[in-house]
Design a protein around this ligand. Structure first.
Ligand code: NCD
Ligand code: ZN
Length: 337
């Protein structure tokens, strides 16, 4: 198969940042129709009014169809969340355990304090996106620990709450999602293409460092199987998370991989390796909208296999560079229409 036409994909987990960085990276997501925009700015996007203002900055920067989220804090007002969702300003709410990842200091420490807002979201049909990691314990075990300690009780307490477990990285997470109702999962480029050995075995490669951290190859295999299975619970979310190159190539490296410009080529590469190109459309363009109760995009994109993609090593913002994720091999799928 050398050409493939599918409904236009969406990106169900994207960081666009703000200011100069937003203006530099927003056009890079043009291959996607819609994108769920993460709210972990500094300060975070916590109210419907802030989400509406951020949405307008994103569209002005050149990404036309952002789907906004609110950052859940222990002070989040349930009525504001429900109103912002009812008015079409926000699509979902994002839960970060406090301290789990980049710009998560305002997240949730005491889950009892967000019970009222979770109950209101469950009643009103507002989806919850979750960064599923504990903030203590071995860094490679934090996702699995979160499933047992936090997600299982939360799932039981709010059975009708629609949950997206973001950027799953382990076979345990895949099993959890398969075994529970009303929960889907996004899977990133880097977790399909790499594992912790890729990141750490021939020198330490900061551009593979993201959170949740890459796990061992058996987990990577489970993610590749889940993504390419066609199962409706798994869908595309790049978690493209740009940081200035100097913050990645640093003594204390920032977490995040910048994959937006070539994400579709990467996903197509993985699906071809798995002999599953016929299931790329489900993962990239159909399962996500179905999970969020939205129609798939009307337009299509055509992917054509050709010579190695000529990608820049980095893009320039106003005075700062952002380095593209490099899987370590050539990519051959071009988005031609
Ligand atoms: C994200 C970021 O930089 O905002 N980083 C990452 O490693 N994925 C935050 C996140 O999604 O965890
Ligand atoms: Zn993210």
């Amino acid at each position: 198969m050398d050409t493939l036409t599918i409904r236009r994909p969406d990106d169900w987990h994207l960081h666009l940042r703000d200011g100069d960085m937003l203006r530099a990276v927003a056009p890079a997501s043009a291959q996607f129709g819609r994108a769920i925009i993460m709210p972990n700015l500094v300060p975070p996007v916590v109210t419907g009014a802030q989400a509406a203002e951020y949405r307008d900055r994103i569209t002005a920067a050149g990404f036309a169809r952002p789907l906004m989220t609110l950052y859940l804090t222990e002070d989040t007002d349930p009525a504001d969340v429900v109103a912002a969702h009812r008015d079409g300003i926000v699509t979902a709410v994002k839960l970060y355990p406090a301290g789990a990842t980049t710009n998560s200091a305002s997240g949730v420490r005491d889950f009892d304090r967000v019970r009222p807002v979770l109950a209101a979201m469950e009643d009103a049909g507002v989806p919850l996106c979750i960064h599923g990691e504990t903030t203590d314990g071995d860094v490679f075990d934090r996702e699995a620990a979160f499933l047992d300690r936090t997600l299982a009780p939360l799932r039981a307490a709010h059975p009708a709450l629609k949950i997206t477990l973001e950027h799953v990285t382990t076979s345990e997470a895949v099993q959890f999602v398969r075994g529970h109702d009303n929960i889907g999962a996004t899977i990133t480029v880097q977790h399909l293409m790499a594992n912790r050995t890729t990141m750490l075995s021939h020198g330490m490669r900061p551009h593979f460092y993201c959170l949740p951290i890459l796990k061992r190859d058996t987990h990577q295999a489970a993610l590749r199987q889940a993504a390419t299975s066609g199962e409706a619970k798994f869908f595309l979310g790049t978690d493209s998370a740009p940081h200035p190159t100097h913050a990645k190539e640093a003594t204390c490296c920032a977490a995040g991989c910048f994959t937006a410009p070539h994400a579709l080529a990467c996903y197509a590469h993985v699906f071809e390796e798995e002999g599953a190109l016929d299931r790329l459309e489900a993962f990239a363009s159909l399962n996500g909208p179905a999970h969020y109760g939205l129609p798939p995009n009307d337009e299509t994109v055509t992917l054509t296999k050709g010579p190695a993609l000529d990608l820049p090593e980095r893009i320039e913002t106003n005075g700062q560079a952002v380095t593209l994720f490099d899987p370590g091999h050539a990519l051959h799928w071009h988005v031609t229409a």
